[in-house]
Design a protein around this ligand. Structure first.
Ligand SMILES: Cc1cc2nc3c(=O)[nH]c(=O)nc-3n(C[C@H](O)[C@H](O)[C@H](O)COP(=O)(O)O)c2cc1C
Length: 180
C-alpha cells in the first residue's frame, strides 16, 4: 500500500518547537518531509537548540514537484511573510513552492499562522486562502481538555492538527458531555 506522504514546514514565526513536536509525534507509518525557512532557523536559534535542519533553498528537492505525490502539508508555525507569499502565489523557496504545489494539485494544506494581533492584511490573506480550501488553523489554546502543563496544551493543539490531517491520535482529552 502507498505510504501517506506529509510535509511539515516551519517558517519564521515564534513557536518552532511546535512544528518540530508535530513532526516527532507523527506516526511511523507516514513518510515525513521537513523543511525550515532561513528565518525559521534564526528564530529557532533564539528559542531552541539541538535540532536537525533541512535546506529551504533546494527548490530541486523531490517534494517540489507535484509528481512526487505529497498527500498533505502543514506549516507550523506560519509567519505572516510566508502566509502573504502563499496567498499571492509566490514560490521563491522550497516551503512556498511546496505550498503552491499543494494548491495546484488540490491537496490538503494547513497553515498555522502565529501572530498577535493579526493585521487586516494578514486576515485578508487568510480569508483568501480559506476560500480556496486551505485550512487556517492557528495554535489557539483551549481549556476544556484539562491541560495541566504547557506540554498538555501543545499536545492539544497538535492533536487538533492531526485530526485535520486525518491522523488518529489520543493527544488530548476530547469533549464529552457527561450523561446524567
Ligand atoms: C524571535 C523572532 C520571533 C518572530 N516571531 C514572529 C511571529 O510570531 N510571527 C510572524 O509572522 N513573524 C515573526 N517574526 C518575524 C519573521 O521571522 C520575519 O517576518 C521573516 O521575514 C519570516 O520569514 P519566513 O516567512 O521566510 O520564515 C519573528 C522574528 C524573530 C527574530
Amino acid at each position: 500500500m502507498k505510504k501517506t506522504k506529509i510535509i511539515i514546514a516551519t517558517s519564521g514565526a515564534s513557536g518552532i518547537n511546535l512544528g518540530i513536536k508535530t513532526l516527532r509525534l507523527l506516526p511511523e507509518s507516514i513518510e515525513k518531509h521537513f523543511i525550515m525557512s532561513q528565518n525559521s532557523q534564526i528564530v529557532l536559534s533564539k528559542e531552541m537548540s539541538e535540532v536537525t535542519i533541512h535546506k529551504n533553498n533546494d527548490i530541486s528537492a523531490s517534494v517540489a514537484s507535484g509528481s512526487f505525490g505529497i498527500d498533505a502539508m502543514i506549516i507550523v508555525p506560519c509567519s505572516m511573510n510566508t502566509l502573504a507569499k502563499i496567498s499571492c502565489g509566490i514560490a521563491d523557496n522550497l516551503i512556498t513552492r511546496c505550498a503552491a504545489v499543494m494548491i495546484k494539485e488540490q491537496k490538503k494544506l494547513i497553515l498555522a499562522p502565529r501572530e498577535m494581533p493579526f493585521s487586516a492584511i494578514a486576515l485578508q490573506n487568510m480569508y483568501k486562502l480559506s476560500k480556496l480550501g486551505i485550512i487556517i488553523a492557528p495554535p489557539v489554546m483551549a481549556y476544556y481538555s484539562q491541560q495541566q502543563s504547557l506540554d498538555d496544551m501543545e499536545n492539544f493543539i497538535i492533536g487538533k492538527w492531526f485530526d485535520l490531517l486525518g491522523i488518529k491520535n489520543n493527544l488530548y482529552k476530547r469533549w464529552q458531555v457527561e450523561e446524567s
